[in-house]
Design a binder for this molecule. Sequence first.
Ligand SMILES: Cc1cc2nc3c(=O)[nH]c(=O)nc-3n(C[C@H](O)[C@H](O)[C@H](O)COP(=O)(O)OP(=O)(O)OC[C@H]3O[C@@H](n4cnc5c(N)ncnc54)[C@H](O)[C@@H]3O)c2cc1C
Length: 326
Amino acid sequence: MPLSGLVAASLHCIGSVCRPSLETGTRGAARTGLPIASSEKMPNGRLLTLAAGDRLTGDRYCQIGGSMSVDVLIPESTDAAVEAYGDGSDITVIAGGTIVMQLVNYGWIRPSRAMLLNKAGLSYVNQDGSSYTVGAMTPLSDLIDLFSPLGPCARNVADHEVQYQATIGGNLCAPTPPEHPSGDLQGPLIALGATVRSAGAGAERTESVEDFLANKDGRLVLDISFTAPDAGAFAALDRPHTRHFTALAVSGAKTADGMRLAATGAGPTGVRLSSAEAAAGNPAAAGVAALQDVNLRDDALASAWYRERTLPSLVARVLTEIEEAS
Ligand SMILES: Cc1cc2nc3c(=O)[nH]c(=O)nc-3n(C[C@H](O)[C@H](O)[C@H](O)COP(=O)(O)OP(=O)(O)OC[C@H]3O[C@@H](n4cnc5c(N)ncnc54)[C@H](O)[C@@H]3O)c2cc1C
């Protein structure tokens, strides 16, 4: 079953929890007589696909479910996705769904409007010399052969099954639960000095990953751009199982602007290790300095105590690898 079918089936189940007898068809269309553009027939509802310029009123959404009905939007172009997203209020973006569908299935979030991005034309890796632009819907499997630290980090996320489904946009926007860190790709993207292009209230904006992470609510990620570094390295704590999240990882990149370092698992989002960068000439000292840049915490994967003892080694290992590769 394609992703849209799986998602619709799950969203349909939310409705059925509240009321088993579900409506069939597009309620709004029946009410207004509006023609329904290329929609997919689902067992208990329809998914409305949207072209740019389609009128995005309640009448044009399909509805799945009973008293807990969910409008599922499937924009068929980037423009249509941006238009449907609007200012991001009251809309849940579903990319690969590896995180968000768990939240839906466990009832931790109950979206009233969901937007699937799988047909929005946002899956691409465009290369122009050493410059790359990666669409938000690009799966991690398309990144694993890229240079370090991005490629090895993507390869380190879960296993092949997850890597083929999970997207770079979803990873960047991953919510951080208290149990474990998430958004591993934030580390390499910060180290590469990547920029994020997003849409939302107040029009399109392009900014650094750090700025984006500090203010990402109400933003729809369109793509991420970066330049291949002169040298890069990635080091992470080993995981007991491929499906475990990574407790702590460090990414480094020797760029035109100098050495850039970042960590994941050392705070709620990926964090730049500016103090360590300042001491980059001495890997051991840089490792110790990195502790000034982080806000370590206990979670289900590791204690703050353990992270404090391992972060300096990961930083030193990354810097040594880059030094050897240069
Ligand atoms: C078994 C398992 C193991 C995992 N291991 C790891 C791991 O080791 N490291 C790791 O980092 N992650 C891990 N994950 C989490 C997850 O797979 C990745 O973070 C993945 O990249 C998320 O992408 P997605 O496309 O599936 O996101 P989704 O689940 O679709 O979305 C995640 C969040 O981002 C938002 N979102 C998605 N796309 C956009 C966009 N374009 N603009 C704005 N908001 C958007 C969604 O609304 C949602 O809030 C694991 C997941 C599983 C199931």
